[in-house]
Design a protein around this ligand. Structure first.
Ligand SMILES: Cc1cc2nc3c(=O)[nH]c(=O)nc-3n(C[C@H](O)[C@H](O)[C@H](O)COP(=O)(O)O)c2cc1C
Ligand code: SF4
Length: 707
């Protein structure tokens, strides 16, 4: 596919862009604590410019720093002292042919830093009472660092904006835009979405004013229009000025609707906006709402709305929200939108535009929609990407050519091993990848069954390894003799976690499966051993059929097949409510099983990022899956799992099958054996420290860069 529409030059006002790919605005927490742009954030944006995007939009830049901010390391643009860092950043972006704009923001009622630091919260009118159960899923540690923890600690003081405050707000926006222009930026995006100050005025739910800024559509849009006029008046003609709007305010009685959004977009056009960007917002009454909007989980979740807005105005429309390149290209070709903004994809792979242009789509590191990045913001941390540890560390982590092209052997073909092999080869080492089973992928292959996005990462890792001069040894044990035979000079051991059967009577029953046994069975990795011990003749035959036809080689085919022969009965009890247990529960529920989860500790899904945890728990709750915490399992028999609840009451759950999803831990057995044979090595991934996909990729990267 040529992506010719996506890669065609475009224009926003007088701003010429080399293609239609925009890096969507993202608060990153990469600025310095005083709001200036230091090396970290400069290098982060430079990498995206070098990656080929047409335009980068720097997320949530504060017009009244530190007032009106919601993140601890937000960019400021409210004073000339911010200009030097901003100018350097703009220069570094321009060097690569990209344009850069600044998203101007005042967080209004969600300015959590104002709450924490005792400043008044600026609002259009007294906010209606708000209740959320999003905190329920958090661990105590997360709760204490949570972005709005201050809301509960300090009762916020509210400032319903009077006329002088409105004038002050307009002045803040206008002078910030003027400053952005002086710093060499090409434009500004006025943030009029996501419940921040302008969106608060636009929304009939949050704006209860009875003056000329409240009531009718025109009145509610007055602040937006006056900001646009003021920004236009203070900037030159070819400076881009546009705004971000919500197509909907979901789960909000009387909140913004698509019809209103269309009217606001038309008013913005009349007030001189060069474009509109169409996002959406959902009141976070429960955490999962955040994955409806703005961080939509549904592919192309806002595209139709952008298309509707486009029909009602003549300035360009920017669409956003899980837009895959092929969908994006078609949307532009069809005239549904003019530009496509990508957020998470640009964290996962800044080179995405260049790779499309070079016809290398398969080598784009895919976003797996795990929400690790944005969950960082919820706990006031700097953003990170689970599949790309270079994000936010662009100037520290650099792939340098190896000083000496040593022979590096990598033991284990899971995510850590694959990534280590790829990076070591890129550095110029001679690389051998040794895998005990008959296929690469390790636990990622199985993880892809439970959560298909993981399969895209696996495909990408396999593709990239296949492109490089890496010698792969399948069905091979990494003995000292073998390593010596191939002449390995350094070894990275990445053979995965150990999964101990817990000390519970009954775990040796035929109906009890360890996560490892299931994985081996379903991925074909030494499945015969498991099959012999636990499967009926029919199941064994089906499994044989599956592996003979090669179906177990593809996650998709495997997914289909697992519907047929997965060896679990109707009622399944999963012991362990961590990442593995909960993702497996989702997978089984989807296949018609009645699932219950017993978790020994107080929290569920600790290893899952906060935002994705909200989704998983919501999904399981919707399927009425009992999720029981503080459970001590006492014994398992043919009929049931017997346990004690938090009060020490003995209870049982009927179970046809039981899955043990606890007891995983680092496993240095192989590494120690090789160390005893004086083999120079390092262990990475889960065998060294349990960290799942993110930990695997990160530790592989760090180890290879340090070689
Ligand atoms: C880490 C992160 C931070 C974000 N911060 C902002 C922000 O500062 N301003 C904004 O308008 N949207 C923000 N968003 C939303 C994105 O701009 C985008 O609309 C959303 O992620 C959907 O696009 P995607 O599917 O390409 O990620 C953020 C998204 C992420 C992942
Ligand atoms: S952290 Fe996860 S959701 Fe965020 S960009 Fe990376 S892969 Fe995508």
């Amino acid at each position: 596919m040529s992506y010719k529409n996506l890669l065609a030059p475009g224009r926003i006002g007088d701003l010429e862009l080399r293609n239609r790919i925009i890096m969507a605005p993202m608060g990153s927490n990469f600025a310095e604590v005083d709001g200036t742009c230091g090396e970290r954030i400069q290098a982060y944006y430079e990498a995206r410019a070098a990656g080929g995007a047409g335009l980068l939009i720097m997320g949530v830049c504060s017009i009244a720093f530190p007032a009106g901010t919601a993140e601890p390391y937000q960019v400021g643009v409210s004073d000339d002292r911010f200009i030097p860092g901003l100018s350097q950043l703009a220069e570094r972006v321009h060097k690569h042919g990209a344009k850069i704009a600044m998203q101007l923001q005042h967080a209004g009622k969600t300015a959590t830093r104002d709450m924490a630091e005792g400043r008044e919260l600026w609002v259009p009118s007294m906010p209606p009472p708000f209740q959320t159960d999003m905190m329920k899923a958090l661990t105590p540690d997360e709760l204490s660092n949570f972005i709005s923890a201050s809301r509960t600690r300090n009762r916020p003081t509210i400032r319903v904006m009077q006329q002088p405050d409105i004038e002050q707000m307009i002045e803040w926006f206008a002078s910030a835009a003027e400053r952005a222009q002086r710093a060499g930026f090409d434009g500004v995006e006025i943030h009029a979405a996501h419940s921040y100050i302008i969106a608060g005025f636009l929304s009939a739910y949050y704006n209860q004013r009875d003056d000329q800024y409240g009531g009718s559509l025109e009145n509610r849009a007055r602040l937006m229009v006056e900001v646009l006029h003021a920004v236009r008046a203070r900037t030159v003609k070819d400076f881009g000025v546009w705004l971000r709007l919500d197509a909907y305010e979901l789960h909000t009685d009387g909140g913004i609707t698509l019809e209103e959004c269309k009217a606001f977009a038309a008013m913005a056009e009349a007030a001189g906006a060069d474009a509109v960007s169409i996002s959406a917002y959902a009141a976070i009454k429960n955490g999962v709402a955040f994955t409806e909007a703005p961080l939509v989980q549904k592919p192309a979740g806002f595209l139709d709305w952008a298309g509707e807005v486009k029909k009602s105005i003549s300035i360009p429309v920017i669409s956003v929200g899980r837009l895959e390149p092929d969908v994006a290209d078609k949307a532009i070709a069809d005239g549904t939108c003019d530009f496509v903004a990508m957020a998470r994809k640009m964290l996962a792979d800044p080179e995405l535009p260049n790779k499309l242009a070079r016809n290398e789509a398969a080598s784009i590191r895919p976003c797996i929609y795990c929400y690790v990045c944005v969950s960082q913001i919820f706990v006031n941390e700097r953003v990170k990407c689970a599949v790309n540890p270079f994000t936010g560390a662009e100037s520290q982590k650099v792939i340098m050519p190896a000083e000496k092209a040593r022979h590096v052997a990598i033991v284990g073909g899971g995510p850590a091993g694959l990534e280590a092999a790829r990076l070591a080869s890129l550095r110029g080492f001679k690389v051998s990848l040794i895998e005990r089973s008959n296929r690469l992928g390790g636990t990622l292959f199985f993880a892809a069954l439970a959560y298909p996005e993981n399969g895209k990462l696996l495909d990408n890792l396999l593709h990239q390894v296949a492109q490089l001069p890496i010698t792969v040894h399948l069905n091979t044990a990494a003995t000292p003799e073998f390593l010596q035979k191939i002449g390995a000079e350094h070894v990275l051991v990445a053979n995965g976690a150990r999964r101990d059967a817990p000390d519970i009577p009954g775990t040796d029953g035929k109906q009890v499966w360890s996560g490892d046994e299931l994985r081996r069975l379903m991925t074909g990795d030494r499945a015969d051993e498991v099959a012999k011990a636990k499967l009926s003749i029919t199941q064994r035959t089906m499994m044989k059929a599956g592996s003979l036809t090669g179906a177990t080689n593809s996650t998709d085919a495997l997914k289909q097949l697992s519907r047929l022969w997965m060896p679990l009965g109707k009622r399944v009890v999963i012991i362990g409510g961590g990442l593995v247990g909960l993702e497996l529960a989702e997978f089984l529920v989807e296949r018609g099983r009645q699932v219950s989860v017993l978790e020994p500790s107080e929290s569920l899904g600790r290893e899952i990022s906060i935002v994705r945890r909200w989704r998983v728990l919501d999904n399981l709750n919707k399927h009425d899956v009992p999720l029981l915490t503080h459970c001590t399992v006492q014994r398992i028999d043919q009929q049931a799992v017997h346990y004690q609840d938090a009060e020490g009451v003995s209870l049982s759950l009927t179970a046809d099958s039981v899955v043990l999803a606890i007891g995983a831990g680092p496993d240095e057995t192989l590494a120690n054996k090789l160390r005893e044979a004086d083999i120079p090595l390092q262990s990475i991934g889960d065998c060294n420290n349990l960290g799942y996909i993110e930990g695997a990729i990160r530790s592989a990267t760090d180890a290879v860069l340090a070689l």
